[in-house]
Design a protein around this ligand. Structure first.
Ligand code: HXC
Ligand code: NAP
Length: 290
């Protein structure tokens, strides 16, 4: 049977009537998730710093999906800007049901080469940006006694850390703690918090900063994935749509990894033995049994 993971998964109109805010929604994975949310009948506000990028994406997605998408410029590091973006969304759509914290900044570097401002810029976008949006939206939901869903995009190294992306690892770990903490504290208000930890999904934004030349020609991101491939946008969008939909009503405080087994591959003591051939295993078994 042909693979179905590149096909849309949820039923038509699964998100009809919902309004979703997607930070970093003009590009990459944010754009891909937005596209599917619109196809499923949601209204979506996409927000980031670059209005021209957002407006171009919004125009293309309106054309492609027939959905309602609002482009609002907002630097998520600035609380006032977040509140203004939220107010604009309420004005346009009258409600907000879902916050998707997806905006991020990242680049590879030995940590000792970073200035304190370089560390700040990543932590501010990822962690401060996520808690600014969460606080602004959560306060409003709680005041209006309206239920809501928060979905945070983290990374597999949010749990285990990673060398050479230390500000990002530090900040994503904070976002994971935010997710799990509020899953408990705000459940009484009908607010769920979950996270997705993606493995490698090629995007211009990530690849230009994480696999620049000459690294790109020397390092295959799929090689460390047991399934030997990178992620496809639709399979991430399927998972995100499920987690923001009412079908996942009992899922709260979860972080769902979607990485083809990559992080576990790096973790298991004997995983590198995957490189052994059957002949080598024959030899090893003979030696051991002797
Ligand atoms: C060292 C750097 C640097 C680099 C910037 N800086 N790039 N230091 N190596 N490559 C330093 C600057 O010198 C400056 O410090 C400080 O960081 C701020 O830099 P600015 O360029 O002024 O910041 P800004 O214009 O706000 O841009 C932010 C940015 C940029 C993060 C640097 O890359 C950006 O806009 N990124 C957004 C999108 C993005 O990063 N997407 C990838 C997400 S991928 P000084 O001291 O000189 O003032 C991801 C996936 C993870 O998260 C998992 C993958 C498997
Ligand atoms: P991307 O296209 O570069 O997305 C990052 C987005 O964040 C951009 O749209 C950017 O738009 C926005 N942004 C950056 N700073 C902002 C700020 N201060 N305020 C508001 N928006 C800001 O990269 P991506 O690969 O799609 O990444 C999306 C998410 O997936 C991120 O959380 C990333 O950590 C996560 N992720 C990606 C991968 C992967 O393999 N691609 C793997 C694991 C996790 P502006 O520049 O217009 O502000």
């Amino acid at each position: 049977m042909a693979s179905t993971y590149t096909q849309p998964m949820l039923r038509d109109n699964a998100l009809a009537g919902k309004t979703i805010i997607v930070t970093g929604g003009g590009t990459g994975l944010g754009r891909a998730m937005t596209t599917y949310f619109l196809q499923l009948g949601a209204n979506v506000t996409i927000t980031s710093r670059k209005l021209d990028v957002l407006e171009a994406t919004a125009a293309e997605l309106r054309q492609q999906t027939g959905g309602k998408v609002l482009a609002v410029a907002c630097d998520v590091r600035k609380y006032d800007a977040v509140e203004a973006m939220l107010a604009r969304t309420y004005e346009e759509f009258g409600r907000v049901d879902v916050l998707l914290n997806n905006a991020a900044g990242n680049f590879i570097s030995p940590t000792e080469r970073l200035s304190h401002k370089a560390f700040d810029v990543i932590v501010d976008i990822v962690l401060k940006g996520s808690y600014n949006c969460t606080l602004a939206v959560g306060k409003r939901w709680i005041a209006e006694q309206q239920p809501g869903t928060i979905l945070n995009i983290v990374t597999t190294y949010a749990s285990v850390g990673s060398a050479f992306v230390v500000p990002s690892a530090t900040a994503k770990a904070g976002v994971l703690a935010l997710t799990r903490s509020l899953a408990v504290e705000w459940a009484k208000y009908g607010i769920r918090s979950n996270a997705i930890a993606p493995g490698p999904f090629p995007t211009e934004g990530a690849w230009s900063r994480l696999f620049p030349e000459p690294l790109a020609s020397q390092l295959d991101p799929a090689a460390s994935v047991p399934l030997k491939r990178v992620g496809q946008y639709q399979e991430l969008a399927n998972l995100a749509a499920y987690l923001v939909s009412d079908f996942s009503a009992y899922v709260n405080g979860e972080v769902v990894t979607i990485d083809g087994g990559e992080w576990l591959n790096g973790a298991g003591e004997f995983n590198k033995l995957s490189a052994l051939t059957p002949d080598m295993w024959d030899q090893i078994e003979k030696t051991m049994r002797r």
